[in-house]
Ligand binder design. Sequence first.
Ligand code: GDP
Ligand code: MG
Length: 171
Amino acid sequence: PGKLFQFKLVLLGESAVGKSSLVLRFVKDQFDDYRESTIGAAFLTQTIALDENTTVKFEIWDTAGQERYKSLAPMYYRNANCAVVVYDITQPSSLEKAKSWVNELKRQADPNIVIALAGNKSDLSERRVIDTETAQNYAADAGLLFFETSAKKSTNVNELFTSIARKMPLD
Ligand code: GDP
Ligand code: MG
């Protein structure tokens, strides 16, 4: 029957970058143009079959990005095995915010945490202000997985979560 591995995954990032939309795409293969913003945090699960012997189940904590919920974040990342830090390729401030989350994770989270950086809204290419190379170089320096994603068009969403699953300790 193979083995089932479970990991806690936390999403972090500025408000409105598309954290909840990435989770909704990954878990339900849906997208809403008008999503209600997350209050506190939402919990969802999804499994990925990596091969016939290995299934990874993610327990996903989708946190609210608003400043007023910031003090809650450590509750969610403290026990996390992996994190997706999201920015919006059309919002320069969101990459700065993502970097500050990465720094906080490196200081405060489990030292073995696997971190992925996701540059979301890649479908909005005409409004892009953060080029791929800038973010990719930062991610490489910081030792992060990196994907540009579109929750709307379903680009690289499964790839993002699958590459995290493959980087987890599976033994
Ligand atoms: P969160 O606050 O980070 O959870 O962001 P949401 O998932 O609530 O998304 C904020 C807004 O961005 C919503 O209007 C979404 O429909 C929109 N959005 C999210 N992902 C994408 C995407 O990949 N492309 C586009 N064009 N819009 C997106
Ligand atoms: Mg949200």
